[in-house]
Design a protein around this ligand. Sequence first.
Ligand SMILES: Cc1cc2nc3c(=O)[nH]c(=O)nc-3n(C[C@H](O)[C@H](O)[C@H](O)COP(=O)(O)OP(=O)(O)OC[C@H]3O[C@@H](n4cnc5c(N)ncnc54)[C@H](O)[C@@H]3O)c2cc1C
Length: 671
Amino acid sequence: MATLDSKIPKGPLKDKWTTYKDKIDLVNPANKRNIDVIVVGTGLAGGSAAATLAELGYNVKAFAYQDSPRRAHSIAAQGGINAAKNYQGDGDSFYRLFYDTVKGGDYRSREANVYRLAEVSANIIDQCVAQGVPFARDYGGLLDNRSFGGVLVSRTFYAKGQTGQQLLLGAYSAMNRQIARGKIEMFNRHEMLDVVLVDGKARGIIARDLITGEIERHSAHAVVIASGGYGNVYFLSTNAMGSNATAAWKIHKKGAYFANPCYTQIHPTCIPRSGDYQSKLTLMSESLRNDGRIWVPAKLEDAKAIQQGTLKPTQIAEEDRDYYLERRYPAFGNLVPRDVASRAAKERCDAGYGVNGTGEAVYLDFAAAFERYGNEQAKIHGIKNSSKAEIIKLGQAIIEEKYGNLFQMYEKIIAENPYETPMMIYPATHYTMGGVWVDYNLMTTVNGLYCIGEANFSDHGANRLGASALMQGLADGYFVLPYTIGDYLSDDIRTGKISTASKEFEEAEKEVKDRINFFVNNNGTKSVDHFHKRLGKVMWDKVGMSRNEKDLNEAMAEIKAIREEFWKEVMVPGTANEMNPELEKAGRVADFLELGELFAKDALVRNESCGGHFREESVELDGLQKGEAKRNDKDYAFVSAWEYKGEPADAVLHKEELEFNDIELKQRSYK
Ligand SMILES: Cc1cc2nc3c(=O)[nH]c(=O)nc-3n(C[C@H](O)[C@H](O)[C@H](O)COP(=O)(O)OP(=O)(O)OC[C@H]3O[C@@H](n4cnc5c(N)ncnc54)[C@H](O)[C@@H]3O)c2cc1C
């Protein structure tokens, strides 16, 4: 059994990372040339890690299932990336970013990791600006910032609504330089299907060439998994359709503990689903909550009329609107954290006040912002006696400048002009805070096997604040892993090339081939999507925004039954030796069907409400916080790290107790 040692360095919080870096072992430049590192995934986390490791001199083999690193799911990130630069002079500091993140995560993350994240956040911005990432700038040419949920400062750097895309182009350019130098060997259209352990150390992977179907062996001295999150276990999510858990799940089965699988983020501002045949949900960036106000009708009869299509939102008078976030959380208003905003939307919709034909939507309204910005513009330009229509036009131009592409995307999907009628939004699965357990070095419970970015259990505790995933992925890839991995690899300078002609590689390859052959020969009657949709429905209905013991027990049994049926009835057309997207999906859904059950088990064991995990049995019953989530620090201030034992129901729980020395555990209030 692996041990659970978080390896947090001793000493004061503020000095831990610096002192640690000063003392860890290094690999000299000549020796780095003899060391190979595999990086699975070239999104922001893997791309930045691959580029940096290659720049340092290691030989990197990088893998991605897309046709280019540029197409990783990271490209979808819209709103921005946090950094404690205090450019606004509004009191920001490393400590505040650290504090907001630990509080935002409902006190379920590791202090030392989060403080390090806050410290390196500033370097990320400098690095990306040096790469040419076109962050938004203010009138004077300085980098601009906006605000995201759960904080009282403006620390989010952004590039319109395309921050992920621009950051990824930066990381990709850095990778390309190394590809050209021969320091990165890039394997596009390759899917890692297993990790290979030799003498208890990660020494390679088995990958499938997705074009030819060929199964390949690749060796290295260390393996880094940067394969993204597992939100698609819900079938419908804001993630890219291809995002999956296979790499993370395969390493779990080989000994890497899986942490906090039940911590999932349901994002409050997504385009509501339209029907049963939908295969994807679309995020409307949280940045919109800087200027948009969220409301539902205050009167039930108005909500009903809207649902029936006989009333329009613009016909509802100001006094008949319920700006429920501003009402319930006056201090943070529309910028409460995502978990709080999502639950509040669900509460209003469950009570019958939802809009849209389905009753599952709330409004995000920019009318007040149009007027506010319009008046400001009129003053700036010395325009006097303008009509209300002129003022609104001026304001709309500012909103267009800030969020134009998001408004355009909304109009294309919903066929309504959001400049004229409020947007409709509803919560949707978006991000997974849980993932592979890693220590302070970002190493899993398997020696030489690292995990970074959204794939690890990360620094976000039970809830991630907006704009902090990009920060964490790039912190891991550019500034943390490249140091910590050296400490491990310093023992490998005399090892020489790792051979792939060993029984360990042979066995792993056989397992992969057997599974593929099973799928293409199964002759079942139901498509892979059939099972994925059924899994997603159980997850959303019983392991979604609110959870209880009865539902969770049922979910575990139902997921197991779906899994058993899947192995009997799944139909995969085509052959193994060709490009076969259904075959790829079959493997990924098989893994989701195991992960989903562990997810429900984890949620069952955690009988407290914290962050995105809301247990109906754990709610404040009176006082100012009545109806809000109730955390239980006495019994649950730990990270759940699950050890694989065959069936997900048999997984064994290991607890990493969380210590809080620099932050006081408080009830999380945004009132
Ligand atoms: C719509 C949307 C908007 C978002 N906006 C923001 C935002 O504004 N700010 C913010 O901070 N965060 C945002 N996020 C979250 C953030 O984008 C992600 O958490 C982050 O980009 C994940 O990066 P990653 O590198 O860990 O994984 P990914 O970008 O998902 O990359 C995964 C990589 O792994 C590869 N891969 C996976 N499995 C395998 C395998 N088995 N074999 C080979 N390769 C594999 C893929 O090919 C890919 O290269 C947003 C998320 C969504 C869904």
